[in-house]
Ligand binder design. Structure first.
Ligand code: ARG
Length: 458
């Protein structure tokens, strides 16, 4: 029998019960639900809204339920409407009348908002720690590869030389912003909605600050309608998770390219790659591909959340139950992906010679050749054009800017002299880009220090 069966003359259709029920996915919030109820009961007892001994019995009963759920002695009832009803029902079965007093001055509408905020606060903190760990791995790798020259690309065409450290630090910067977004989300999640009740608060003399304090919240919600219908925190977290996935996905795409025999910039550890069922030579970057693929579902979840909310009138509507599967899936997916990505990156082998050889192709130093002429007093646009002719000449002769004889340079522009070859040396091209944010080892070392300091101040 449903707790709300009083005004009904028939039992709920079994199919509708399944359709309506959320316990199959909201049972993961059992700890938060129980902790929320213990705090609520303590507050009711302290305010004399329920007898102190009932508050005591409720707390003991709930602790027993928690222990039995943790040990597996108490299975979740799949026919229960949701985790909130389930816990309350078991409590009442176990302790009788006192259990029936727990829901005084509360509604499932504020209860679910509370549970979800508590659950997602914990998950956000967990994901934060994982992103931070990955950032640490990137910083370590970057320190090792300050001098590892590689081609930088635009349009996936060789553009200008950079270093692997510089490239890795670009991702470290993205992840640092992800950390900022996660702590922003956390701050707005950290608001206690209990006491909003169904939508219009309550006439009982509750103490919301006490409940908030017991549960470790920094603030209480200031509007009961908003308290039960706000899911901005799910959307914000969903968006932050989408961006984390987007960063992992772009990185994964590069790892996939770098593993190919055409690039062969890196080799994944055997423990983090897979074989083919038919082609014996294959070593596939499945992890990176799966992360790239899973980004789609996390983006889909964000879109589902936004779409679910956009037409909802205040306050609670059952549509809101759809928030959980979407955000839980994003949370689990991101945890899974970070758990696989971080050790994959940590254990990969870098093929420094291959990176350097690739950087020597594709006239990667053409900009530096033009810059050389500019330093000799030729206007940049003219220098650019002369260098274009030189590249064309090299392509026709099948040589590179480094191997083209000085006479050929001087034929096009007499400003060229013997110091040209040092100026267009790939090492020089990288080393001289010393301004803040540039790939020169000194600049990247400074970048690593800056980010390390920023992270340790968090
Ligand atoms: N399972 C519900 C949810 O996830 C809990 C709130 C139900 N409230 C209600 N008035 N039916 O949203």
């Amino acid at each position: 029998m449903k707790m709300w069966s009083g005004r009904f003359s028939k039992e709920l259709d079994a199919g509708v019960n399944d359709f309506n029920s959320s316990i199959s996915f909201d049972h993961v919030m059992y700890r938060e639900d129980i902790a929320g109820s213990i705090a609520h009961a303590a507050m009711l007892g302290a305010r004399g809204i329920i007898p102190a001994e009932d508050a005591q019995k409720i707390a003991e009963g709930l602790r027993g339920i928690l222990a039995d759920l943790e040990s597996g002695a108490l299975p979740f009832d799949p026919a229960a409407e949701d985790i909130h009803m389930f816990v309350e029902q078991v409590l009442t079965e176990r302790i009788g009348d006192a259990g029936k007093r727990l829901h005084t001055a509360r509604s499932r509408n504020d209860q679910v908002a509370l549970d979800l905020r508590m659950y997602l606060k914990n998950q956000t903190a967990e994901i934060y720690a994982s992103v931070r760990k990955l950032t640490g791995v990137l910083l370590t790798k970057a320190r090792e590869h300050l001098e590892t020259v590689m081609p930088g690309y635009t349009h996936l065409q060789v553009a200008q030389p950079v270093t692997l450290a510089h490239h890795l630090m670009a991702y470290a910067q993205m992840l640092a912003r992800d950390l900022g977004r996660l702590s922003d989300c956390y701050e707005r999640m950290d608001v206690m909605p209990l006491g909003s009740c169904a939508l219009a608060g309550t006439t009982y003399p509750i103490d919301r600050s006490m409940t908030a304090e017991l549960l470790g919240f920094s603030a209480v919600s200031q509007n009961s309608l908003d308290g039960v219908s706000d899911r901005d925190f799910c959307v914000e977290l969903g968006a932050a998770l989408s961006l984390i996935m987007t960063h992992l996905s772009r990185f994964s795409e590069e790892i996939i390219l770098w593993c190919s025999s055409e690039f062969h910039f890196i080799e994944l550890d055997d423990a983090f790659a897979t074989g083919s069922s038919i082609m014996p030579q294959k070593k596939n970057p499945d992890i990176a591909e799966l992360i790239r693929g899973k980004t789609g579902r996390v983006n889909g979840n964000l879109s589902a959340l936004l779409t679910m909310l956009k037409g909802l009138p205040l306050a609670y509507n059952k549509d809101l139950q759809e928030d959980k599967e979407a955000i839980f899936d994003s949370v689990e997916t991101v945890k899974l992906c970070l758990g696989a990505f971080t050790p994959m990156l940590e254990t990969m082998t870098v093929k420094k010679e291959r990176m350097r050889a690739a950087a020597a192709r594709g006239f990667i130093n053409a900009t530096d050749c033009a810059d050389y002429l500019t330093r000799k007093g030729i206007p940049f646009r003219e220098a650019y054009q002369i260098t274009g002719w030189l590249v064309k000449m090299c392509i026709e002769r099948g040589c590179t800017l480094e191997t083209l004889p000085l006479q050929s340079y001087q034929m096009l522009c007499p400003a060229f002299a013997g110091d040209l070859y040092r100026a267009i040396d790939i090492g020089t091209c990288v080393e001289q880009r010393t301004a803040t944010g540039g790939p020169a080892p000194s600049a990247v070392a400074a970048q690593i220090e800056e980010l390390t300091a920023r992270l340790s101040a968090l």
